[in-house]
Design a protein. Structure first.
Length: 200
């Protein structure tokens, strides 16, 4: 017996409530980004179908985000190269002005400003003690892992409690060959032979 059948037979009210909860979360998403998905599941009453539609949209968004990151990386690398060239040019200008014993160009476009000389420490052990700062004694730090182990073991720790369980969601991109994902624009995710609404 499938999960869907068990769900329908055990508690139809729970399924309807879960669908409405999912719809509520989708409606709260940025309207500019979720209109098509919201329209696609608004009329959906089957819990698992609604979840699958959202999962397919999450897969599409992941592919699109990955592509955007790759484009951003290419621009970042180009920017880093230009930043390095800029720094080399600034070093060259500074060296040239100092060599010419000039503080600025006649146009004022490039100029030198004297900065306070930095202190270079060549041998720290030779420096007299009065020139050292003694750091303050660090404050005690709560060890949450030891508290967790103690509470799980049945102890009561004043001022601490074990929080609710935290769950992580896994969305598989390939469920027995049923999910197909296009990794080039336009990004599309398909379940079986049906294209997910709102993925166009």
């Amino acid at each position: 017996m499938s999960d869907q059948v068990r769900f329908a037979q055990s508690d139809l009210a729970t399924e309807i409530s879960a669908v409405e909860l999912l719809k509520g979360h989708v409606r709260a998403i940025d309207p500019d980004d979720a209109d098509l998905l919201r329209d696609a599941i608004d009329g959906e009453t089957d819990f698992f179908a609604a979840v699958d539609r959202c999962a397919l949209e999450a897969i599409r968004l992941e592919a699109e985000a990955k592509a955007n990151k790759e484009v951003a990386k290419a621009f970042s690398e180009a920017g880093a190269s230009k930043e390095k060239r800029k720094d080399l040019l600034r070093t060259a200008i500074l060296a040239a002005l100092r060599k010419a014993e000039q503080h600025k160009t006649p146009s004022g476009l490039a100029s030198l400003t004297a900065k306070r000389a930095s202190i270079i420490i060549s041998e720290e052990s030779a420096i007299p003690s009065q020139y050292f700062d003694t750091p303050p004694v660090p404050e005690p730090v709560v060890n949450k892992e030891r508290i967790r182990e103690a509470i799980i073991a049945g102890e009561t720790i004043a001022g601490a409690a074990l929080g609710d369980d935290v769950y992580s969601l896994t969305i598989r991109k390939n469920v027995k060959g049923k999910v197909k994902l296009s990794t080039t624009p336009p990004f599309r995710a398909e379940l079986g032979n049906e294209k997910s609404p709102g993925l166009g």
